[in-house]
Design a protein. Structure first.
Length: 327
């Protein structure tokens, strides 16, 4: 194993390499797993303790220092402002942006959402990959249509009930454990909550305009409370704890369904989903392909099953009748 091969010095280097990825491992983020491989899993309790202590000692040396906003020149007439990876530590001085529609503050050192109330023209706010712990001070941005606070340290969905024009909400890879406080977002079309700690699908009955719902890499055990989402065309539930396909009878407009990496044993519950063009059931416990003959629009069907060690692995590509006729 990676943590067992090298000397103490090599182990220390490996631990520092995964230091920034441990959080994503805990929340189920596949990207973090891809890069870290088996290293995190192989660290002993003592090694983890040593890593944390080492991280605290060297934090000042390794972390980037925030830049002074006075060193950044802002154009008051700009509509699109991109300050990606500028080492900004605090949101301040943006009141000069009288016409801004898109504000990108990705990959900075921001810890708090603040000082944005003057940006009444703002339509898109991107705070991806910062150090934000709370959704706050957003109520004045009533014209906001797109909000991205992915890859932060959020534990709760809150402070956005006044954002009634919101169409897309991205909260990927945080520490959120419950879907809540979304009831006023009637215009929401896309909700992305992948790689969190959510255990149940709930509190989304009022999101009747939702087109795409992404809940992959959580801890959800049951497909439920989806009946009101009749406009839904994309549902992504991969890498959860599902054992049964159910609760989809009202999703008559569903076109893409992603259920890979769960514990599903039987293909069922798709009687009303005749518009499906993509069905992903890879890496489940399915032994038999059945109950899909009525899905005449299906173009792609993925079923790579690992039922007991050494079981058959199959990848199916189904083409639509139109494709067959043109062949």
């Amino acid at each position: 194993m990676a943590a067992e091969r090298g000397s103490g010095q090599q182990q220390s280097q490996e631990m520092m390499e995964v230091d920034r990825r441990v959080e994503s491992e805990e929340s189920g983020d596949e990207e973090g797993k891809k890069h870290s491989g088996g290293i995190v899993a192989d660290l002993s309790a003592q090694s983890l303790k040593d890593r944390e202590e080492h991280s605290e000692v060297d934090a000042g040396e390794e972390q980037e220092l925030p830049v002074d906003m006075e060193a950044i020149s802002l154009d008051g007439d700009a509509e699109d402002v991109d300050l990606n990876h500028y080492r900004i530590g605090k949101i301040e001085g943006f009141e000069v942006l009288k016409k801004v529609k898109t504000l990108c503050l990705r990959q900075n050192l921001i810890k708090c959402i603040e000082n944005l109330e003057a940006l009444q023209s703002l339509r898109e706010l991107d705070l991806y990959d910062n150090q934000i712990r709370k959704m706050e001070n957003l109520e004045a941005l009533t014209g906001l249509e797109i909000l991205d606070i992915s890859f932060n340290l959020l534990r709760n969905i809150e402070g956005i009930d006044k954002l009634t024009q919101l169409k897309k909400l991205f909260l990927v890879n945080n520490k959120i454990s419950k879907i809540e406080n979304l009831s006023n977002l009637h215009q929401l079309q896309m909700l992305e909550l992948g790689s969190n700690r959510i255990r149940a699908i709930e509190n989304i009955d009022t999101l009747t305009n939702l087109d795409s719902l992404f809940l992959g890499k959580n801890k959800i055990t049951k497909l439920q409370n989806l009946d009101a989402l009749t406009s839904l065309t994309v549902l992504s539930m991969q890498s959860n704890r599902l054992t049964k396909i159910e609760g989809l009878q009202s999703l008559v407009n569903l076109r893409e369904l992603y259920l890979s990496h769960n514990g599903i044993e039987v293909i069922e519950g798709l009687e009303n989903n005749n518009k499906l063009t993509m069905l992903d059931l890879a890496s489940n416990r399915i032994k038999k392909i059945e109950n899909i003959s009525h899905l005449t629009e299906l173009q792609e069907f993925w079923n790579v099953s690992f039922v007991r060690a050494g079981a058959l692995s199959v990848l199916f590509f189904l083409t639509s009748p139109a494709s067959k006729n043109s062949a």
